[in-house]
Design a protein around this ligand. Structure first.
Ligand code: NAD
Ligand code: SER
Length: 319
């Protein structure tokens, strides 16, 4: 049985990874931490939880020893759009948080999962079917921290034999916990606006293609890669994982199959548009498929049906 520590467990990804890991390994075997405690009360109450800053190595080490932790999911980060507003804070949290987790993993011999992102690519990266191993010269602070993070995780694996593993997530779409300040957040807001107002004003241009993934697949990726046979892993930090690629116009067309009078207009945010334009349109994920059996289950049609059904129920006050 694993004993797992999640750092940044109340965010969009952390809250759903935490639920799945507690289902798989037992509530008491999955210790949650975050810098805040003002959200997801049901999750907090379901097992051990501590308010800890991800840069506080002493507090996190104490938790690792107390709970005999062998696996860490490090999910605390400042996302792309927020990072461009305060690059120094983003560098501090993203890099010093990761270094803290890596040092704890090294000292206490823990496996470490931490996500990279499509943000780790830049304008000189091949835009379509972006390969696993390619040019990575991002132009956002978020992207710079993600490339540095991938390199650091590989360094800790090669130099200290720490079992570091990661994926490059596309934009993640979900309905349980709101997204944390990313460029891809439009693809979630659009569903709420469609159901509430039958209209959405999008902050990206209608023809901006980006890779996206529905949360159940993102959670599967996080669990599967940590269960993978290490002898099969030629890559580690970090695997491209893909599920679907679409632009706001296409997403709106799929929403119209459920809400025929839905309309979309555009008021472009230049900072977010510049970030989106610097990212790939679509990723190629052959290495993840071959090395640990990655296979997504949701496409745009299936995800749209599920998002609309789930949000509609929640708006009516049903579970
Ligand atoms: P999020 O912003 O929703 O959640 C991050 C969590 O970290 C929050 O609960 C926040 O309170 C916590 N946090 C922030 N600063 C902290 C600190 N100093 N100490 C401790 N906790 C702190 O982000 P997310 O979407 O859940 O992303 C998780 C990871 O996945 C990040 O590394 C992110 O870069 C990566 N990722 C996310 C997406 C996406 O679309 N959501 C896509 C690619 C990669
Ligand atoms: N969804 C994330 C963001 O937009 C991608 O890493 O920041």
């Amino acid at each position: 049985m694993k004993n797992i520590l999640i750092i940044g467990s109340l965010g969009q990804l952390g809250s759903e990874i935490a639920i799945r890991l507690r289902q798989l390994y037992g509530n008491d075997h999955v210790v949650l931490t975050d810098i805040r405690s003002d959200t997801n009360q049901e999750l907090i109450a379901s097992g051990p939880f501590c308010v800890v800053d991800c840069r506080d190595g002493k507090a996190l080490s104490d938790l690792v020893v107390k709970h005999k932790i062998d696996t860490i999911y490090h999910l605390a980060a400042i996302l792309s759009a927020t990072a461009e507003k305060n690059p120094l804070q983003a560098w501090d949290v993203n890099m010093n948080g990761l270094m803290t987790a890596l040092e704890i993993a090294r000292i206490h011999k823990c496996a470490l999962f931490t996500p990279s992102s499509i943000g780790a690519f830049g304008p000189t990266t091949p835009k379509k079917f972006t390969p696993q191993d390619t040019i990575q010269r991002p132009t956002s602070m978020y992207g710079v921290s993600k490339v540095a993070g991938e390199l650091l995780c590989d360094y800790y694996h090669h130099k200290y034999d720490v079992d570091t593993r990661g994926v490059r997530y596309p934009g993640i779409i979900s309905s349980l916990t709101p997204p944390g300040g990313g460029t891809t957040d439009y693809a979630i807001e659009i569903y709420y606006a469609a159901l509430r107002d039958h209209h959405y004003e999008c902050f990206l241009q209608g023809d901006t293609y980006l890779d996206m993934m529905y949360m159940p697949d993102a959670v599967n990726a996080a669990v599967q890669i940590m269960e993978a046979d290490p002898s099969k892993l030629r890559h580690r930090n970090a695997f491209n994982v893909a599920a679907m690629s679409f632009c706001p116009e296409e997403q709106a067309a799929y929403i119209r199959t459920h809400i025929p009078n839905f309309t979309i207009s555009y008021r472009v945010d230049p900072v977010k548009q510049a970030i989106a334009d610097s990212w790939p349109d679509s990723l190629e994920d052959y290495a993840a498929r071959v090395e640990w059996g990655w296979k997504p289950t949701y496409d745009l049609a299936r995800m749209t049906s599920d998002m609309i059904q789930t949000i509609r129920k929640r708006m009516k006050g049903e579970k």
